[in-house]
Design a protein around this ligand. Structure first.
Ligand code: ZN
Length: 356
């Protein structure tokens, strides 16, 4: 009986999603009318906008939102969804039927938002989750557009529009976070032995550049306490670059690795030790056989605390080298995911070196 009701509900959600999209409305995951009648309006609407409150990096996050010209750094379709509250067509997003183990971060600012274990198939055509990674990662606010009352969900750090939240999800929360794929980037989980003890609700982000990202990612994916990684390009001034373009040396981007880690298992300081161990921080624009600014040594910090630790590491590490450390320490900016064939390259090919 329960299964029968679930199927009816799934079909209803699916039909409403299709009808909504055909009507041209900007409403991913339309609310269930029968659910509204049965339960009343969603409990949080109008009462808990901005739930979760401020985080420790709030000042930085706020300035990040104000100072960035998102239009210059995002693709037009990502800009429309995340900054203009747009909606991708149902079943069009790359994470609609994506169930690999890992974490989803904000495509704009990299904040960890969602965990694959809470993802489920809602049948709506949009990625659906029954919980946020932690309550304060995703803020909510009432949305009265299109003659409906809904709960909009946003990245708490940069206020990117993600989608909506509805009270018709599965247990244990009964919630459905209905999210546009275009608002997310996926970081693939490390092995169970590496992520042993990791608590998803504690996961934070760090970004390092230390030469060819194949080897850098491989090293962090072996570091206990690292939950997930993604390789990409950052630090430059060309939006959405390809590997080929980065290799020309004209984009200013470095090959970098986004590392999601649990500071309760491995500290940022420990990650800095790994960072130092895997490359030569005194080598300017070169690591081994790889030459060029894309192979430069850099730390892109996410919080003032990370910046402090990185500065402290550089000062201490300098005592171990006769040559000057050339590692750049910069605020994390837009991070562009590298092509799929670069992701987890060593795991896929069993290589030890870069061999590009
Ligand atoms: Zn964000």
């Amino acid at each position: 009986m329960a299964l029968g009701l679930d199927r009816i509900r799934g079909v209803t959600i699916w039909l409403r999603g299709i009808v909504a999209f055909l009507l041209g409305a900007s409403w991913p995951c339309a609310p269930l009318l029968w659910g509204d009648h049965k339960e009343g309006l969603p409990k949080a609407v109008g009462s808990k906008a901005g739930e979760g409150g401020e985080t420790k990096g709030a000042a930085m996050e706020s300035s990040r939102e104000n100072s960035q010209d998102w239009k210059k750094v995002l693709s037009s379709e990502v800009y429309r969804v995340t900054r203009e509250k747009g909606t991708e067509p149902p079943f069009s997003g790359k994470y609609c039927h994506h169930y690999a183990p890992g974490y989803y971060v904000c495509v704009c600012c990299g904040a960890p938002l969602l965990f694959s274990e809470t993802k489920f198939d809602s049948g709506t055509g949009w990625p659906s989750f029954y919980a946020a990674l932690r309550p304060e990662a995703i803020r909510t606010q009432p949305d009265y557009s299109h003659g409906m009352v809904r709960e909009e969900i946003l990245c708490a750090r940069c206020h990117a529009h993600l989608g909506h939240r509805f009270p018709d999800g599965p247990p244990p929360t009964g919630l459905r976070y209905c999210v546009n794929s275009l608002a997310l980037r996926f970081c693939h989980a490390t092995s169970p032995s590496v992520s042993k003890g990791v608590r998803p609700d504690r996961v934070e982000r760090a970004v390092f550049a230390a030469g060819c990202f194949w080897g850098v990612e491989a090293a962090f994916r072996k570091t206990p306490g690292v939950a997930a990684t993604c390789v990409g390009y950052t630090g430059g001034n060309v939006p959405n670059p390809t590997y080929r373009l980065v290799c020309t040396g004209t984009t200013g981007h470095a090959e970098a690795v986004e590392v999601l880690y649990d500071p309760g298992v491995v500290s940022y300081g420990m990650l800095l030790k790994v960072f130092e161990k895997i490359h030569d921080p005194t080598s300017y624009h070169r690591q081994g056989p790889d030459w060029g600014s894309q192979y430069r040594s850099a730390i892109f910090y996410d919080t003032p605390e990370q910046r402090e630790e990185a500065e402290r590491w550089k000062k201490e590490a300098q005592k171990r080298y006769s040559a000057s450390i050339v590692t750049e320490i910069l605020p994390a900016g837009p991070f562009y995911e590298a092509e799929e064939y670069h992701q987890r390259y060593h795991e896929k090919h069993g290589l030890m070196g870069c061999g590009q």
